[in-house]
Write a protein that binds this ligand. Structure first.
Ligand code: SF4
Ligand SMILES: [Zn+2]
Length: 369
């Protein structure tokens, strides 16, 4: 007997609550307060969707962590001052001032990417006056572009307009982790607080103010099969492209401690996607829009995490191919064969079935715990 739509929605709501409680319970408050110093600063070159290249300085500020830390795969709260005092306005301002002091031996850059392990436009994470102050300081450095990240519900007229005004001629790009266009996948399985309405409103607002949206989609969310995950990436890319967004970045899932994904993995109910599934997802997405692949460091220098893998023979060439593809945009750069290769054929997402399977998976894992 088929379950009614109302039953599916009720089931989804109950499941979302269950996953939220689990996700929050797995987070750990930092044992030692980290200094007010960016937790990462690096330099590289990036190519824009229109082919323009930029020298990029990328910094991850030491923040108080994401204010909605519900996502099942996200390990950021492991690295910052999550759970201590929330936003530290003076600390954030001080980090930016120090970080923007150009030194003689510093590589040149004309793009500044400033991340805070969460949502830059959430005032609980970065107070409003600090946001605008950072815009002024970024503009004073003479960079051509500033990149920040935010959940879409925080990208409002009240936050975006004063920020864009303070930036003057600097082009703003805002990264948004949509993760999936499918409601069940996004709001329950990934468990991120992004609705389709808030996403579309933020994209429209950005487009109206000449701000570039850059959208992140996940390859291999927890609780989906690889075939479902490939379908999800392809459909999500088509949806994002239909909104006129040029920048789509695909993120193969890695598994890190203190996350639901890790908890499932330890109980044998989740694995990082096979690298060939990543290739299949990228090939499928490529037919819908120009995409890039993020988390390029997939051969794993972070020993705390488990990365997408395949066999010893093809894993490195696949990652090299994904890196080359991200620069060239040419599918010919993607590898085609290995003895271990299994082709993932996309299958439609059956919500009722996925819902039942997810509940059964959680029940089985809790029985192990
Ligand atoms: S919203 Fe972003 S920072 Fe917050 S938990 Fe989700 S992925 Fe992590
Ligand atoms: Zn192989």
């Amino acid at each position: 007997m088929s379950t009614s739509t109302t039953d599916v929605l009720d089931g989804e709501k109950a499941l979302r609550h269950r996953i939220t409680v689990l996700s929050r319970s797995l987070r750990e408050v930092t044992a030692v307060e980290h200094l007010q110093k960016p937790r990462y600063v690096g330099y590289d070159t990036v190519r824009d969707a229109d082919g323009t290249t930029y020298g990029r300085k990328k910094a991850i500020l030491m923040s108080g962590g994401c204010s909605v830390p519900t996502c099942t795969m996200c390990p950021f709260t492991n690295y910052n001052n999550f759970g201590l005092h929330g936003a530290n306005a003076d600390g954030l301002r001080g980090q930016v001032v120090t970080m923007l002091d150009r030194t003689d031996d510093e590589p040149d850059y004309d793009m500044l990417a400033l991340y805070n392990d969460g949502s830059f436009f959430a005032r609980r994470e970065v107070p409003a006056d600090v946001q605008v102050d950072i815009a002024r300081r970024a503009a004073a450095t003479g960079v051509r572009r500033l990149v920040v990240e935010s959940l879409p519900q925080f990208v409002t007229t009240e936050t975006l307009v004063p920020f864009v005004d303070a930036l003057g001629d600097v082009q703003l790009e805002v990264g948004i982790g949509l993760q999936s266009a499918d409601r069940l996948v996004r709001e329950t399985l990934v468990n991120t607080r992004v609705t389709r309405e808030s996403f579309e409103a933020a994209v429209a607002l950005m487009q109206a103010h000449n701000v570039l949206p850059k959208v992140y989609l996940m390859i291999g969310p927890p609780f989906l099969t690889e075939a479902e995950a490939v379908t999800d990436v392809i459909d999500s890319t088509a949806y994002v492209a239909s909104l006129g967004v040029a920048g789509v970045t695909l993120c193969p899932t890695r598994l890190a401690p203190n996350t639901v994904a890790w908890w499932l993995y330890q109980r044998g109910h989740y694995y990082a996607p096979n690298l060939w599934a990543v290739v299949d997802a990228v090939r499928g997405a490529h037919t819908k829009a120009a995409v890039r692949v993020a988390c390029i460091n997939m051969r794993g220098t972070d020993f705390d995490s488990v990365y997408p893998d395949s066999c010893e023979r093809c894993a490195n060439p696949i990652v090299d191919g994904l890196v080359a593809y991200s620069v060239s945009g040419a599918p010919a750069d993607l590898p085609t064969s290995c003895e271990c290769r299994r082709t993932t054929t996309p299958v439609a997402l059956d919500h009722e079935h996925i819902l039942a399977r997810t509940v059964a998976t959680l029940d089985a894992c809790e029985a192990i715990a």
